[in-house]
Design a protein around this ligand. Sequence first.
Ligand code: PHE
Length: 511
Amino acid sequence: MENNRGSWNSNIGFLLAAIGSAVGLGNIWGFPYKMGKSGGFTFLLVYIFLAVFVGLIIMASELALGRKTRKAPIAAYKAVSSKYSWLGWFAVLSPFLIMTFYSVLGGYCIYYIIINLMGLFGGMPDGSSFGAMLTSIPASLGVLLGFMLICFIIVAGGVSGGIEKFNKIGMPALFVMLLVIIVRALTLPNAVEGLKFMFVPGYAVRGGFIEEAPSLITVLGTAGGQMFFSLSLAMGAMITYGSYLSKEENLVKNSGIIVFADTLVALLAGIAVIPAAVANGINNGIPVANIKLNGPGLLFSTLQDVFHNMGTIGGIFGVIFYLLVLIAAISSAISLMEVLAAHFIDKAAEQGKTLDRKKVVLIITAVITVIGALVAADGLGSNHITPAELFKLKVNTWNDCWLDFFDCWSEGIMMPLGAMLMALMIGGEIGPKVMLDEIHNGEHSPFFSKFYRFCVIYVVPAVMCLVLAGQLTDFFGNQVVSYIISAVCFIIFTYHTLIPDWKKLGQDGNE
Ligand code: PHE
């Protein structure tokens, strides 16, 4: 039955929505700070390599899977695979878990817009606002509600009427604001040190920013995790957006544009954020080794100090900057919510029912807000209701605050594992040809076909194995154990994929 799924009005509308999904906190916050902790230039090179050889491949595959099946992730996986039909659950659970904290971070942007606006009338806030906000539970809850309300209105408006419309205005606006911030950041005295950190090989260590460069394998893990998150992959988002896309559109070109745009914005965000943070630190006489490019403080504390030190005019740049981060957060959050909405709408349609989109989105919004409230009340661990404290566990990254807890399951485990299994499913079970037929839709590019086959069969599973190990190390700490777990997963699933008769053997020859 033709249901109320909706579709994009135009290819450019789709592209802006997909770029909107990709461009988010991952670009503006995650990219600069992961670059900061992973040795600057080397990270950048590894990141670009991974975006081309892995990101592009999974992007094209997800869009193709969505468009081929015209379904949300769970039904889409069911339609193409018997061994991996359950993988769709990852692609629905992950976005839900991500939303529980993404919404809180989005709320923080609203808070910062407000305090910078107030700063215009005197008393520019500085980096200490971050601690104050985290410990003020009512403020954190209030802005969380505000953020969710905005997302509700957009997603309830539908695919073309809400999501596409928002991105058509939001994305160009974001780009212009980013350019304004870059010009301001690069004209600060000493900003060039930040640029050298980003673009001169080895400068991160020589310049004193980090003591010692992390090993290549650690950088691969970090950059791979970052790249996946940033491109909105393995979260069902691109499958869902692909399912609304017309058969005429060229998936190779579209995937290339999305990957390029997302990487460009991450780089531009790095150029806006890193030199500003470095310049401000140096101008305040802080030795470069102590300039914090690391962790949550970068966006909400270090940068707020930058705006504070500009005086009242800093309020204007503060408002522009946090508004652009807010737009980026909204455009990503609505794609995560759409995955959930599409799932329920499709499921009902399968049973011959038509659900009211507004009601579905309202329920999704409510559930996310309730769990998000826990993350907000926790205040990144400031308010002592962390999983570690509540359950009296040994403190580790996975349990030191609720944000990290939900992030660990989604970004840490389901995302890399899901991507690894998707590549195994395509390369080993259903075969790259099925995907390539949809990607090319009639017109073949022999070069891309070869490139796709090679990457999906060899490069992606191997890289995802490393990324999984890297993520497990980040969250649980033990590198050796993490690598063993990751390798075991890889071997078991490769075996599972490549042995076609496993099930039949177990069932003694029965179908
Ligand atoms: N890509 C978004 C970001 O960079 C996050 C996101 C992940 C959005 C997965 C949708 C799906 O912040």
